[in-house]
Ligand binder design. Structure first.
Ligand code: AMP
Length: 112
């Protein structure tokens, strides 16, 4: 499949891994928008949040289960933001579901 994040998960494209288990892979964003900017992705391909179903929602649950540990390891003791962009209006550029974990500074309070 011609998917950038599937290739990263497979190790065909290098990434700065911060966490991995059987369901989830997390790595540093190549163009960070905050001192900590990590992408957390399901190892199964799903294009976006719009493709989450009762069949694959376990991947999403696992992502949210591991976020507190990743945030703690990054020293995000004062909070952080988790975002997923979906589709054209959401400005999603990579069509493999991913959650941005942003922190390390006070983030802008305006989302749009
Ligand atoms: P989105 O715009 O929500 O689809 O986010 C895609 C994110 O992937 C952007 O923040 C990019 O900087 C990031 N990105 C694109 N290519 C890579 C890569 N090879 N390694 C790490 N992050 C990447």
């Amino acid at each position: 499949m011609d998917c950038l994040f599937c290739k990263i998960i497979a190790g065909d494209i290098p990434s700065a891994k911060v966490y991995e288990d059987e369901l989830v892979y997390a790595f540093r964003d190549i163009a960070p928008m905050a001192p900590t900017h990590i992408l957390i992705v399901p190892k199964a391909h799903m294009a976006s949040a719009d493709e989450v179903t009762s069949e694959n929602s376990g991947y999403v649950a696992r992502i949210f289960e591991v976020i507190p540990g990743i945030a703690a390891a990054e020293g995000l003791t004062n909070g952080y933001r988790v975002i997923t962009n979906c589709g054209e209006d959401g400005c999603q550029s990579v069509k493999h579901l991913h959650f941005h974990l942003l922190g390390g500074k006070k983030l802008p309070d305006q989302m749009a």
